[in-house]
Design a protein around this ligand. Structure first.
Ligand code: BGC
Ligand code: CA
Length: 347
């Protein structure tokens, strides 16, 4: 019995100790010291988001100035909304003053919003856009991202220009472009809208298309390689154009052609979106015909400025919002002709 009581006492002491440790974020911030920013993102295997978050940390350091220190705590949900809900709770308990959340399931933010609202911790959602009604649930909610429709249109315009300029893209000279689409995740605003608009744009530009296949590859290079290998088994050299919802999937498609030893002349034209480091290199090396720059530095900068404004209460009026609480950064077209500008920017 005595042993049991001692054990319980030890456990209580341990818990109190943990509480003191965990709440140190708030303690120090009340004394004007460190501020804690919690970042929760859907999956640490995502190339674009990893590059965006590197830029976020860098820009935050530059912008915060001498008299302030921020600590960024990053959590990876590994694709589970349940895990992310728990992580957000943990970040709030640890004393975070602002949260940046990249939802796993963009249609399911209610639990996170309730937790944050209870503790009055503002949330900057980023990249995976909650639906408008959810964002309007509380005035401590913001969104930073880009307009998916613009990226699809630009990818379509890039492809149309190139098809008109190079008659060899229509390899079998039947006047039609045989194409496949590699799509991101089901339910992601960027996947749905990019796929729709790129095809609409090409048709609107008078390009005759023949769809061979649409495949979901979840933004992922290895999955895209796999899907493409299957498509090659079916269509061999018939594919003339690969429209990928992001660069990683365009690169994965190219990996499949390389793995199966296709000759250069048998390769289709590949188009991506993002301008990740590897995506830009591939445009530079003419492996990918073009991409659309998803301005990660601009988005990360907006997140950093907004975080600091929410932490300090200063600088909010200098931030320009669309739809009241959203910030959308413009996309830009990238081709071999201008890719070097983007390579400089992303370093
Ligand atoms: C990017 C993808 C990324 C996805 C993650 C998109 O905006 O283009 O590369 O995987 O966001 O949510
Ligand atoms: Ca053709």
């Amino acid at each position: 019995m005595r042993i049991k009581i001692r054990k319980t006492a030890a456990a209580v002491l341990f818990c109190v100790g943990m509480l003191v440790l965990c709440s140190c974020g708030k303690g120090e911030d009340e004394t004007g010291g460190k501020k804690y920013i919690g970042v929760a993102y859907y999956n640490q295997s995502d190339t674009f988001l990893n590059e965006l978050l590197d830029s976020f940390r860098e820009q935050l350091k530059e912008l915060q100035g001498q008299d302030m220190e921020t600590v960024v705590m990053i959590r990876d949900a590994a694709g589970s909304q349940r895990t992310q809900d728990d992580q957000v709770k943990e970040l709030i308990d640890a004393g975070c003053d602002v949260l940046c959340v990249n939802l796993v399931d963009r249609a399911d933010p209610s639990e996170i919003i309730d937790l944050a609202r209870e503790q009055n911790v503002p949330i900057i959602f980023f990249n995976r856009e909650p639906v408008a009604e959810d964002l309007m649930q509380w005035d401590g909610l913001y969104y930073v991202g880009a307009e998916a429709e613009e990226s699809g249109r630009m990818q379509g315009e890039l492809a149309a220009d190139m098809i008109r300029a190079d008659s060899e893209i229509d390899k079998n000279h039947d006047g039609k472009i045989q194409y496949v689409v590699l799509e991101g995740e089901v339910g992601h605003q960027d996947a749905i809208i990019r796929t729709e608009t790129v095809v609409e744009t090409l048709i609107g530009q008078g390009i005759e298309l023949e769809k061979l296949s649409n495949q979901i590859a979840n933004w992922n290079r290895a999955q895209a390689e796999n899907r493409m290998e299957q498509l090659l088994g079916q269509y061999h050299s018939q594919i003339e154009l690969v429209l990928a919802n992001n660069d990683d999937m365009a690169l994965g498609a190219l990996d499949a052609y390389r793995k199966l030893n296709y000759t250069e002349s048998a390769l289709p034209a590949f188009f991506g979106i993002d301008g990740t480091d590897e995506g830009l290199e591939a445009v530079m090396d003419s492996e990918i015909a073009g991409t659309v720059y998803n301005d990660k530095e601009g988005q990360a900068g907006a997140m950093a400025r907004l975080s600091l404004a929410l932490l300090t209460g200063k600088g909010m009026d200098e931030i320009e919002f669309q739809k009241e609480r959203c910030i959308y950064l413009p996309y830009e077209k990238v081709t071999e002709g201008n890719v070097s500008e983007f390579l400089l920017r992303s370093r």
